[in-house]
Design a protein around this ligand. Structure first.
Ligand code: ATP
Length: 628
């Protein structure tokens, strides 16, 4: 956690963590959002604490009445009042707790909703840099931790804090010298708590880590039992496990030591003020400066303090943990977010890449001053060895990343400045990763165009050849994914392509869309792709050279630079690097790959012919390769 006023912290590419000041400001906003319930909570708690205060004071009056020789009738009345106060306190506390839990529930719902909204607004690049694990951990453990504390712990702590504050005020009002003495003697509690809290987080963290390490070592040994036996590693694994177990024991002993210091110190600190007040009170009574009843009431008040203080102490660790979790949850507010709706409107469909340098994280540039134009409606193939920067350039073209230097614009506007809604009307990436949401077919498609009618959805599905939808029991309303109809890779890809049809971008960046599919699925997908690509500009990131052969132009990327650009025929005739690639592929056997390329190029075209695909094999000629 940062201290006050510090900016949010980030570690490497990780998502930011909110500063202490930001956490406080967020907490105040949350309270304001449900101000009435919070005010009601305070009033009820105050009333409950007030009722609780009356009992010791009345008991003091009983003592004074008895000392003064008052009758039993007066004592009975006081006793009845004490019982009434106890009942009122119980009822008010119960109701305050109910209101508190409801407030906590509503507030945690707000936190969850805001987290989801912010997470969805994160640019893909920010999530990728941070690692999806970080975001997932914030969503699955930090948000529930904050919610749990808000619902179950915070109301109890608020009640206890108010009770403790009221008791302290009452003691001081009743007898300032005795109150001051009691509070001084009570100082041991905050001192012991401070000592403990300074050491506890690191100690418990270490205990958690060694526990995970022990679990991991045991699980790894169990999983690799055969290997352990085959290689005679038993002794070595046992020694490794013992070493981790010893470390775990050491960290547990450390936390045990902390607790064994805290609890006795706190217990003594609770008793000390009572003893001191009784001793000093006796002297003051003899002196006549205070009544015996006031001394008894003071002692009872101080004794009463142990309950709320204990309640707070026991929950301090959870509160600290929740505060850290809240800082991580709120950290998303400081993370970069996708551009808000509205903003600049592109003037035209031309995509221009100029002087682009880009790299990942703090690493070196992987693109070095790339300059390229994608003309409306053209088919441009990006080829080059593995690691040349093709996918990186593709990500910049679809606005997934913003270049370190230079610009990538569509119609004169940087693509990274377009809000997601507008961006997908211009340029869309089609890759091998397709996600089907656990929702209806309709909702899976409306993501691309929320105002689309059922007729438009069916037309888009028809365009990509998703005939299977017609046979679904509930048609567009059929639920897909977890808890619904299982969807295979080809159907998922058709849904993704139908979304592209609905978004209707003028440019599609195609990243090896069929490379991982089996031949039958790939053939289906190619037909669907051909329908989707018709009439749009296509930038095909090509591992297979027949894609380049059929394109209008080919850009050769090598080590982050465009080394050649032109038509296939012109580049082959030029005899440069592309011609060499082409000869290697064209003359290679079925296992040959592009030099240094990750995937081997197929020798058979989608139509089954050897050699590059004929442009007639797929409309528009941009033909993703098949996995033979
Ligand atoms: N997320 C990332 N983090 C760090 N470096 C990356 C990341 N993605 C790519 N790179 C690096 O950037 C360089 C270009 O990679 P890129 O994936 O763009 O090349 P490519 O031409 O598409 O390669 P391939 O054909 O193998 O997909 C490579 O050196 C790669 O290691």
């Amino acid at each position: 956690m940062t201290s006050d006023g510090q900016p949010p912290t980030t570690t490497g590419g990780r998502l930011p963590v909110a500063s202490a000041a930001a956490v406080r400001a967020a907490a105040v906003r949350l309270v304001r959002a449900d101000a009435r319930a919070f005010a009601c909570l305070l009033v009820l708690n105050t009333a409950a604490a007030g009722a609780g205060l009356l009992a010791p004071w009345l008991l003091g009056r009983v003592v004074d009445t008895v000392v003064a020789g008052g009758g039993t009738a007066g004592v009975d009345r006081l006793a009845a009042a004490i019982a009434g106060c106890a009942l009122a306190q119980t009822l008010l506390t119960r109701y305050a707790r109910l209101v508190g839990h409801r407030f906590g529930e509503r507030t945690s719902a707000r936190i969850r909703e805001r987290f989801v909204t912010r997470a969805l607004a994160l640019p893909v690049s920010a999530v990728e840099r941070a690692g999806t694990g970080d975001l997932a951990a914030r969503g699955t453990s930090d948000v529930p931790a904050v919610s749990g504390v808000l619902r179950d712990i915070a109301p109890d702590v608020l009640i206890a804090a108010l009770q403790a504050a009221f008791v302290v005020v009452a003691v001081v009002l009743l007898s300032p010298p005795l109150g001051a003495l009691g509070l001084v003697c009570l100082l041991g509690v905050p001192l012991a708590a401070r000592w403990y809290l300074r050491r506890a987080p690191a100690a418990y963290l270490a205990q958690g880590e060694t526990h995970s390490a022990l679990a991991e070592t045991i699980a790894a040994t169990a999983a690799g039992a055969r290997t352990v036996e085959a290689l005679g590693l038993r002794e070595r694994r046992a020694a490794a496990t013992e070493a981790v177990a010893a470390e775990w024991r050491r960290t547990r002993e450390r936390t045990l030591l902390l607790r064994s210091v805290l609890f006795p110190a706190v217990d003594v600190s609770y008793v000390l003020p009572v003893v001191a007040v009784l001793l000093a009170g006796g002297a003051l009574v003899r002196h006549g400066s205070v009544t015996l009843g006031a001394v008894v009431a003071c002692a009872l008040y101080l004794r009463q303090l142990s309950a709320p203080l204990d309640a707070i102490l026991q929950r301090l660790e959870s509160l600290q943990g929740a505060r850290a979790s809240f800082a991580r949850v709120e950290g998303l507010a400081a993370a970069p977010s996708a551009p808000p709706p509205g903003g600049p409107v592109p003037d035209g469909d031309r995509i221009e890449v100029s002087g682009v340098r880009h790299g990942y994280g703090d690493g070196p540039d992987v693109l070095h001053g790339v300059r390229l134009s994608v003309r409306p409606g053209e088919r441009l193939a990006l080829v080059g060895p593995s690691g040349a920067g093709k996918s990186t350039l593709g990500r910049l073209l679809v606005g997934a990343d913003r270049p370190r230097e230079g610009t990538v614009t569509v119609g004169g506007v940087p693509v990274a400045d377009l809000d997601p809604e507008r961006l997908r009307r211009h340029v869309v990436l089609v890759s091998q990763e397709h996600h089907v949401f656990a929702d209806s077919v309709r909702d899976n498609l409306l993501l691309a165009e929320e105002d689309a009618s059922d007729a438009e959805l069916l037309a888009a599905l028809d365009a990509v050849g998703a005939d299977w939808v017609a046979e679904l029991p509930d048609g567009l309303g059929t639920r897909l994914g977890a808890g619904g109809l299982a969807v295979d890779g080809a159907a998922a890809q058709q849904l993704a392509l139908a979304r592209v049809v609905l978004a209707d971008p003028h440019t599609v960046v195609l990243d090896e869309a069929t490379a991982l599919l089996d031949p039958l699925s790939a053939r289906h997908t190619e037909r669907a792709l051909a329908a989707v690509l018709r009439g749009r500009a296509v930038v095909a990131i090509a591992h297979r050279l027949h894609t380049a052969h059929d394109a209008d132009r080919v850009a050769v990327l090598d080590d982050g630079r465009i080394t050649e650009l032109g038509t296939h025929d012109a580049l082959v005739a030029a005899g440069g690097p592309y011609a060499a690639l082409w000869r290697t592929w064209h003359g290679a056997d079925s296992t040959a790959a592009l030099p240094h390329a990750a995937a081997p190029p197929p020798r058979r075209s989608p139509s089954g012919n050897n050699g590059p695909a004929r442009s007639g094999d797929a409309p528009d000629g941009v033909t993703p390769g098949t996995a033979d």
